[in-house]
Design a protein. Structure first.
Length: 285
């Protein structure tokens, strides 16, 4: 073969080697990007687990021992807790019984909500919905929300608290129909119609409607509290005193006395941070 013929072949081989080397470099860069992303996700998962699993399934704080304001089922399926004649200010509580951040918020502020409603200072409207979109979280959420929709209003608030007290750990299947029915029986709800409602998922349409309503209301994370139609700030979510002041301001009065958590101890910044951190994570599911 002539020198002229060998030269193009050498150039072709060289070009091919360069192309293959470039392809290898691209694959290596892509692998590094993927591994980096996996590492970030792993760290995020660890942070979320640490933040949300601190207290396991200990009973909820129940510092408020007084009588509850009457609870009534509203036309849209939500449950209002308020003294007769109290129509404002309205505190909307958007929640998912499977959400750890919602449980943390309930531990922190649930007693204060009950107290303020009992004193006639606010109308609390509970709005459970399905937040999670992947199983087993999604099915847990739907079963609990369905059971809550089946529960008569007279026992609803106590059942609401029991569902949070029995919240299954993330990633585990929970809120089984037999348990949901048994917990209702512990409260004196033994009507067979309740069991049939739970077993037959008879209120799932109402759960779907509540979830759609949450989207229309702009609920972008949980826990999500709205006072007078406006999402409350972190400092309100963070402590009973913050909630009392916000309710007093919305009512046009002076802040209620207080400054301790519903458990009777000074508010902890770590628990407030827990609620916020886990809430952001939950909203992305």
């Amino acid at each position: 073969m002539s020198e002229q013929g060998r030269e193009p072949s050498a150039r072709k081989r060289l070009a091919g080697e360069r192309a293959r080397a470039a392809a290898r470099r691209r694959r290596q860069r892509a692998l590094l990007v993927v591994l980096g992303a996996v590492a970030v996700v792993a760290v995020a998962v660890v942070v979320v687990v640490v933040a949300t699993s601190g207290d396991g399934n200990k009973p909820l704080d129940d510092s408020y021992k007084g009588a509850l304001a009457p609870a009534t089922r509203q036309q849209d399926g939500s449950v209002a807790m308020a003294q007769p004649g109290v129509t404002a200010p309205v505190l909307d509580v958007w929640e998912d019984f499977q959400c750890p951040a919602c449980r943390a918020m309930e531990k922190r502020l649930g007693g204060t909500m009950k107290q303020l409603a009992a004193e006639g200072r606010v109308k609390v409207v509970y709005r459970p919905f399905q937040l999670f979109q992947q199983d087993p979280l999604m099915s847990n959420s739907r079963r609990a929300a369905n059971a809550a929709a089946c529960m008569p209003a007279g026992h609803w608030v106590e059942y609401h608290d029991r569902l949070y007290a029995e919240q299954p750990p993330e990633g585990e299947k929970g809120f089984s129909p037999p348990d949901l029915i048994r917990w209702a029986g512990d409260l004196g709800v033994t009507d067979p119609s309740f069991a049939a409602c739970v077993d037959g998922n008879q209120k799932i349409k109402a759960v779907d409607q509540a979830s759609a309503q949450a989207g229309k209301a702009g609920v972008d994370s949980t826990p999500y509290l709205a006072l007078g139609g406006e999402k409350v700030r972190d400092e309100v979510l963070g402590s009973p005193d913050g909630l009392k002041k916000a309710v007093a301001k919305a009512a046009g009065g002076t802040p209620a006395p207080g400054g301790t958590r519903s458990g009777g101890t000074p508010d902890g910044a770590s628990e407030a941070a827990l609620g916020r951190a886990a809430g952001v994570t939950a909203s992305s599911r």
